[in-house]
Write a protein that binds this ligand. Sequence first.
Ligand code: 5GP
Ligand code: MN
Length: 317
Amino acid sequence: MMRIIDELRGAESIAISGHQRPDGDCVGSVMGLYLYLKRELPDAVIDAYLERPADIFGCISHIEEIKSDFNTDRTYDAFVALDTVPDRMGGAEEIYRRARRKINIDHHISNPGHGDVSVVEPERSSTAELLYELMDPEKIDGETALALYVGVIHDTGVLRYSNTSPRTLQIAAELIKFGFDFPRIIEETFYEKTYRQTQIMGRAVLESMRILDDRCIVSVVSRRMMEFYRAASQDLDGIVNQLLSVRGVDCAIFMHETGTLEYKVSMRSNGRVDVAAVAVRFGGGGHVRAAGCTMNGTYRDCINNLSALIAEQLKDK
Ligand code: 5GP
Ligand code: MN
């Protein structure tokens, strides 16, 4: 397997980025690689670009160094894209396009490969796990380890989802050897919710409905509701997983309004439905059990379009 450092040696400037609305794996991977390269290539300019990460990720060292202003004239010698395809990079896509050498590292089954060097391993729990394999374990320090650990924890639902392999657990074991306070990190970044997050989750659960013979559960949060609870998109993380945990449900759909007749869709399944295949049909992507897309239309139209594809899959089973 390639070593990330071999691909970057000689580069005087390196940009690292991930996807819009960065989740724990995206933030943890970007910061893990950023901290690693800062130490390994001290003479290079290394910049990490991401939309502003949620406050919970404040446990990651130097997170305040992330650049959320994507306006730059710089042409980087190398660009490392983590956990994403170009059209999901948001403001960083321009920087990616201009970069002299493009490296793609991802674990999404829907990533078809892009750039000059492409490492896509869909069987990996997380991009953070894959990145660990591309690093020299001797060169990883506690700050890098913590960032990667956050990535692994978030994409595996704390080492619980079926994407967790024996290797994932081995890597997690190596990472916690650095001695950071992992129970606190799990609690504060994964489980703990603000009061308003808890309230809007309650509301979304209360107003959910089951369709397709109760095998699919759906809930929608409108702009008005988000304003009422003063909730941002990031405050809705975890709702779709909560919906999937209802007994008898094979598939959960959670949508929130992001603009006029525009919805961000999150889907989860227990494996009986391939939600990545559904999301890809609407320009999104993800994994078999967790995927998403952005859709236009009324929420009824969106649900009808999604549920038609899900019904087709369920009728085969
Ligand atoms: P979530 O529902 O947590 O936002 O995303 C679930 C999974 O689907 C994640 O792996 C995420 O990266 C992926 N995903 C969510 N939305 C999109 C999208 O619009 N495009 C692509 N390509 N992947 C998405
Ligand atoms: Mn990921």
